[in-house]
Design a protein around this ligand. Sequence first.
Ligand code: A2P
Length: 343
Amino acid sequence: MKEYIVAVAGATGAVGKEMIEVLEEFNIPVKKLVPLASANSVGKKIEWRGQEIAVKELTETVFKEEGIEIALFSAGGSVSAKYAPHAASAGAVVIDNTSYFRMQEDVPLVVPEVNKEDIKEWKKTGIIANPNCSTIQMVTALKPLDELFDIERIDIATYQATSGAGMQAMEELVDQMKKFFEFKLDGYKPQKFVHQIALNLIPQIDSFLDTGYTKEEMKMVNETQKIMHKNMQISATCVRVPVLRGHSEAITIRCKKPVDANAARAALAKADAVVVEDEPMKSIYPMPLNASGKNDTFVGRIRVDNFDPKILHLWIVADNLRVGAATNAVRIAKEWIKMQEGN
Ligand code: A2P
């Protein structure tokens, strides 16, 4: 099997580090790994297959110079906007974790468990977009339910971990907790969040639009419709919670057909990369601590609505850095490689 020269742009970040771990864990045929970050990180060491390799600076020319064939980007939207086209024009397939290209019509937006056939569109721009973390885990669990019950509306409340906002945001939570126990939290100015996140919930992720929704909430609407190729009604309330890793979602789906909790459990149990944890009498249900570091989406609390036989409620949890970012990007790379091999 051919081996590929792979770059990770944002290699020192929360998602970039996971990307490198998952590339190794999934045995992706990598001939050479090129970790890229800002000039500040040049020379920092990254562990790869038991060896240390030095971080290089992300520049417009590095992709050509290094002969990069697969470029995973997770260094922020403006960085992707500037550098991803250079990677693509140097011949690499770009798998971009930011929101920058997601809704561009000629860029496929892919969750392999849901719409891997869209990967073939990569040739149009050289770029494949990785969806928003909250969207990935939701569509992974909803795809088998849509096949069963034909979903017409989705209502969501998310409980999103601080790592979704990067490494410094995780540090901000830990720092605030420490200061709380030292009675030094008074007057503390948050940097990454608009309010104190320790011992709090913030019902705002990203900025607000005139409609009263945030950009994060509209990502869940627009991206879900694009990935599932279906214009179902969707409304989300996205909330930041003082959790380090693992996004949770309380989801209500209204379907065209009557729903059945046992049939839902059976379909989810068979689905790729989904694990059913649904024994509430034994207090077994998905939780972020248990999902942390895993590559599966966990589903539980599956129940039919008290009043409407076409409504199902469920609780979905996944590691946002893995399932919601790095693992999905690496799964896209794996499928793209299969496609090159003609399998
Ligand atoms: P660096 O560590 O050199 O700043 P996180 O999402 O955890 O905050 O990580 C962001 C990642 O994106 C880091 O690897 C960071 O590198 C990288 N990054 C941010 N801005 C740039 C930039 N202008 N050029 C290259 N890499 C960048």
